[in-house]
Design a protein around this ligand. Structure first.
Ligand code: PEP
Ligand code: MN
Length: 358
């Protein structure tokens, strides 16, 4: 982890381990491979909330002694997901260090109330994931229920939201929502779970770095000794080796708890995303322009078509104006785009003419 020298506050909280505990040997292998890295909690899901009852639903309480062994043999704090008072009772019996509440549970006020009541007087750290749908009130409500039950060690986890279209990710990271949550609870630590946002291991690094840039207080990352064979979330888990590499290369900027800073970072992130959209759109436009070049050539049309250019210009000036963009600005941008199209079409047609001559 590369931290800026002027960092005044603690290092990020790092939680890692498999999505699900599969066997005692699997947990031991992962924990041994993670030894070179300083981690705050070792995670492993015992009770897995699955959509289909035919899917692997976790080993349940059978895995509690396994976690206990990891805690003792590797001197690691361990954590697992709880969703019912029974899970809590079992975890307390085995003195599991911390518990997390999954996205599906946070969405359900009845479950949250039962959990809050069962946790009364418990002094463990409770991690609360965001609900599946982007309803900040459910997240706030879940945290308030825990606070009302006297739980003070609460940490929120942003694990992305389920939208109709999640783009390249499995869940959409709506960075504004955790920033809003921080406004509601200024003292609350919020970490990011890039694994469930990504859905694919190739995006874990970029999301982890984004989270650090925005100012999150830590990361929860799924790590498996043999990710492809994992019984749950196989595509998004990374090997301990890749995890160590990720942590060593993570740049942790000076984190400042002020909301202003977080807001600035979120806005910058949005600008980056919009820039990507602009670049993709320009590339798409240029590809269409190339296709048009062939049609112009077949029909013996000139590359520059003044009437069409006039039509484009009028349209974009009008649309731009409606969006508050000045005519000068729009004209300047579109002249550059149009010039580039003409240059590209010319070179395509010239190449093809030369080819025909040969
Ligand atoms: C998990 O952490 O393995 C999990 C099931 O998470 P979520 O509740 O975010 O889907
Ligand atoms: Mn998982």
């Amino acid at each position: 982890m590369k931290t800026s020298k002027s960092t005044l506050i603690d290092n990020p909280i790092i939680i890692c381990g498999p999505c699900s505990a599969e066997s005692e040997e699997q947990l031991t292998t992962i924990a041994s491979l993670l030894k070179p890295c300083k981690i705050d909690y070792f995670r492993a899901g015992l009770w897995k909330p699955r959509t289909m009852p035919s899917s692997f639903e976790g080993v349940g309480e059978k895995g509690l002694p396994w976690l206990k062994r990891i805690q003792k043999d590797f001197n690691l704090k361990v954590c697992t997901e709880i969703a019912t008072p029974y899970h809590i009772e079992q975890c307390l019996e085995y003195d599991i260090d911390a518990l997390w509440i999954g996205a599906r549970t946070t969405s359900n006020p009845f479950s949250m109330q039962d959990i809050a009541e069962s946790l009364k007087g418990v002094e463990k750290t409770i991690f609360v994931k965001n609900p599946l749908n982007p309803d900040i009130k459910l997240w706030i409500g879940a945290i308030k229920r825990l606070k009302k039950a006297g739980i003070n060690n609460i940490v929120a986890i942003h694990r992305g939201f389920s939208l109709y279209d999640n783009g390249k990710y499995r869940q959409t990271p709506l960075w504004k929502i955790p920033v809003e949550l921080k406004r509601e609870f200024p003292e609350l630590k919020i970490i990011c779970d890039p694994s469930h946002i990504a859905g694919k291991r190739e995006y874990i690094l970029e999301l982890s770095q984004m989270a650090m840039n925005i100012g999150f207080d830590g990361l929860m990352i799924e790590v498996h000794n043999n990710p492809n064979e994992a019984k749950t979330d196989a595509l998004q888990q990374i090997t301990p080796y890749d995890f160590i590499h990720l942590i060593n290369n993570l740049i942790v900027p000076q984190r400042n708890d002020t909301i202003n800073n977080a807001s600035l970072n979120v806005l910058r992130q949005e600008i980056n995303e919009i820039d990507n959209i602009i670049i993709n759109s320009l590339a798409k436009r240029m590809n269409i322009s190339k296709e048009i070049a062939s049609i112009k050539e077949e029909n013996n049309l000139t590359v520059f078509q003044p009437k069409r250019w006039q039509e484009i210009l009028e349209k974009i000036l009008l649309n731009g104006e409606k969006q508050g963009l000045t005519k000068d600005f729009m004209k300047e941008i579109y002249e550059i785009i149009h010039q580039e199209s003409i240059k590209t079409q010319n070179s395509i047609i010239n190449k093809s003419n030369n080819y025909k001559k040969e």
